[in-house]
Design a protein around this ligand. Structure first.
Ligand code: ADP
Ligand code: MG
Length: 327
């Protein structure tokens, strides 16, 4: 099978949406940005063996490649519109591509984002997606708008994806933690690693309420650190307030290992945002309407950097060895 046939397969399955004057098939796509909106553009690349384990199913790779990009759009408060897909494949494998498109296009359909172009080449397995979204002029959520006194919030739960990597042996084991006996617990954690949920509706709901926002892809403390740096503020985080899923608690208990996964692990694709205390109830309400759980985990303070505080008020020490990203 030649590159041309692969592109024909992709073209046959890609669905359209408004604003696409020209999609797959010309030298470039032609897109219409509606009046009163700004174009939000982001790119993320997934390399085999670095960003996902080699044995990941093609459909899960497809889902995750798009999910990582949708999560970036979500953190800006943008509505997903269009995307491109650059594929580097070791061989022209139609079966692999069908599986990949199953996952990619399933998530694309859920968010009404159209695949409008890309590139297909031979090389080590690598997937580069560029996603474009729309946001009302001047309304985008940014990293550099946190203000002293803001509450710090996070959507969903943290640490599941990192836990799945630990259980699969891709990250260092945690002392004193045995793999869960119930296979359903490991499967639930693995699902969160392979099929993350980009918080697009949450990002949209937070427009006009949140001051600053970032998506948690590299780990909460690292990503919140970016907000602090860009905003010129510090952050105090209460580790006891970090939200954990039932599966994570069942697998890792309540010790330091579990908290390390939540504070430092990556691949969560939740939103971490700041908002003034006067909109607390409004935040809780709009996120409930969006069907997303949220937790208040700390406060924006003067100074710089993130201070993670244990229940007794002492400053958190990263466990020896720390936790590094897969790869
Ligand atoms: P060119 O050589 O002009 O870049 P290509 O032959 O690479 O054109 O691509 C032909 C058309 O197919 C273009 O519209 C391109 O955007 C689209 N395309 C190529 N690869 C992909 C892909 N992986 N996903 C989506 N569209 C693709
Ligand atoms: Mg090309």
């Amino acid at each position: 099978m030649a590159e041309f046939d692969l592109i024909a397969m992709i073209r046959a399955r890609a669905t359209m949406r408004g604003g696409v004057l020209l999609g797959i098939g010309d030298d470039a796509a032609l897109l219409h940005v509606p009046a009163g909106h700004e174009l939000v553009v982001t790119a993320d690349t997934l390399n085999a063996g670095v960003h996902f384990p080699e044995d990941t199913a093609p459909a899960d790779i497809g889902w995750k490649a798009l999910a990582a990009n949708l999560s970036d759009l979500a953190s800006m408060g943008a509505r997903p519109a269009w995307c491109t897909l650059s594929l580097s494949l070791p061989q022209a494998d139609a079966g692999w591509l069908e599986g990949f498109l199953d996952g990619f296009l399933e998530l694309a359909a859920m968010h009404g984002i159209a695949l409008v172009g890309g590139d297909t080449t031979r090389g080590p397995l690598s997937i580069a997606v560029t996603a474009m979204g729309l946001v009302e002029t001047g309304a985008a959520l940014r990293r550099d708008r946190a203000r002293i006194g803001d509450d710090i919030w996070v959507t969903g739960t943290l640490g599941d994806a990192a836990a799945a990597l630990v259980l699969a042996g891709h990250m260092p084991a945690i002392e004193g933690v045995a793999p869960p006996e119930d296979a359903r617990i490991a499967a639930a954690l693995r699902m969160r690693l392979e099929r993350p949920t980009p918080r697009v509706e949450a990002g949209r709901a937070l427009l006009g309420l949140a001051h600053a926002c970032v998506d948690v892809s590299d780990g909460l403390l690292a990503d919140l650190g970016h907000v602090c740096e860009r905003s010129g503020v510090g952050a105090d985080i209460e580790l006891a307030a970090l939200p954990a899923s039932t599966a994570l608690r069942q697998a890792f208990g309540d010790g330091a290992g579990r908290i390390a996964l939540q504070a430092g692990g990556g691949d969560d694709y939740e939103l971490c945002f700041t908002a003034p205390p006067v909109v607390r109830e409004a935040v809780a309400m709009v996120l409930e309407q969006a069907g997303v759980e949220c937790s208040r985990i700390g406060r924006v303070v003067t100074g710089d950097g993130v201070r993670a505080l244990a229940a007794d008020g002492s400053r958190w020490q990263t466990p020896p060895g720390g936790y590094v990203h897969f790869g």
